[in-house]
Design a protein around this ligand. Structure first.
Ligand code: 13P
Ligand code: SF4
Length: 306
């Protein structure tokens, strides 16, 4: 492994490239990554870099978002198969129909969406800032898409805003059932349950803490508790266990794995950098409109505005 890591690092230097890796990636990718984090953090890092090439070890919409933020840079995705099954659940036509049925209501799209969908929404969000973004609109009603569960969770937190959700979902997080939590609590009565808001609300209701990838990692790091049941993708549990060996992290069920996040290997990353493929491009008009939606989010996130 050391040999391929050295080769990737050399290519990075020669080509002035950086590697952004999502926390759901295979853990060996962290060895070559410049930044590892959730989708908000990685978008922020993309917006700040002066590298010429950004290699995205994540899913397609993440690389597309980086290209929209940095249109003059070359953005690479090592394996094109790595789509997001939730993002694929809403097309531009489906968005238009959803908006037609709910006229004159501001639209918030989860970053897990295509550039086309972002180009016709008012503001973007990630699971880290969804509450703050919806709050920043000061609207009685908002449209939220594509993730119905994140939208419903935001509504339970805000109470004063009606969140009209599109029926999209994450097939990986929806595998987690309330019974899984109940059984794990019986087995590990001392453990705290930490869940991602993409889970079904019957699952999040049973959790001690609900938050984004970063939220869960921060909570676990700062807590005095020693044992945690993690109700989100396996990569989060693996990284927590690596970084806090004195604590115990138990994945709620062994099969909570996003298959599309696991495509990229170190060999793929090497080939991608060497041959500068697969390059992600976005239609210029779509990109400009989608950038407004993403920038609105980054501005609210940076300002701390409510
Ligand atoms: P984060 O915004 O927490 O990185 O989540 C992205 C994602 O795809 C979760 O399933
Ligand atoms: Fe998409 Fe779900 Fe995979 Fe996240 S875990 S990338 S929402 S399919």
């Amino acid at each position: 492994m050391k040999e391929i890591i050295d080769k990737i690092n050399k290519l990075k230097q020669d080509k002035n490239a950086i590697i952004l890796a999502h926390c759901y990636q295979n853990m060996e990718i962290d060895e070559v990554a410049d930044f590892v984090g959730d989708s908000l953090y990685l978008s922020q890092m993309a917006s700040k870099t002066d590298a010429d090439i950004i290699l995205f070890a994540g899913v397609y919409f993440m690389a597309q978002t980086a290209k929209i933020i940095c249109p003059d840079k070359k953005v690479l995705l090592p394996r094109l198969e790595s789509g997001c099954r939730m993002a694929d659940m809403i097309s531009l036509n489906q968005l238009r129909e959803f908006k037609k049925q709910n006229e004159n209501i501001p639209s918030v799209c989860y970053i897990n969406s295509t550039a086309e969908v972002k180009s016709e929404c008012d503001i973007c969000c990630t699971s880290s800032n969804a509450l703050r973004i919806v709050e920043s609109l000061h609207a009685a009603k908002v449209l939220f898409l594509p993730d119905t569960y994140l939208g419903k969770w935001v509504e339970t937190k805000l109470k004063t805003t009606k969140v009209i959700t599109y029926p999209g979902f994450c097939p990986t997080h929806l595998q987690i059932r309330p019974d899984d939590i109940i059984q794990m609590r019986e087995k590990y009565p001392e453990a705290l349950v930490l869940a991602h808001p993409e889970c079904h609300q019957e699952v999040t209701k049973l959790a001690d803490y609900v938050g984004s990838t970063t939220g869960i990692m921060k909570f676990a790091a700062e807590s005095n508790h020693k044992q945690f049941i993690i109700a989100t993708e396996k990569g989060v549990t693996d990284r927590l266990q690596r970084d806090y060996p004195e604590k115990e992290f138990i994945l709620v069920r062994e099969d909570i794995i996003c298959p599309n996040m696991k495509w990229h290997t170190l060999a793929d990353i090497y080939n991608s950098l060497l041959h500068e493929e697969h390059e992600i491009n976005v239609d210029e008009e779509i990109s400009k409109k989608a950038l407004k939606c993403i920038n609105s989010m980054l501005e609210v996130s940076a300002s701390g505005v409510k």
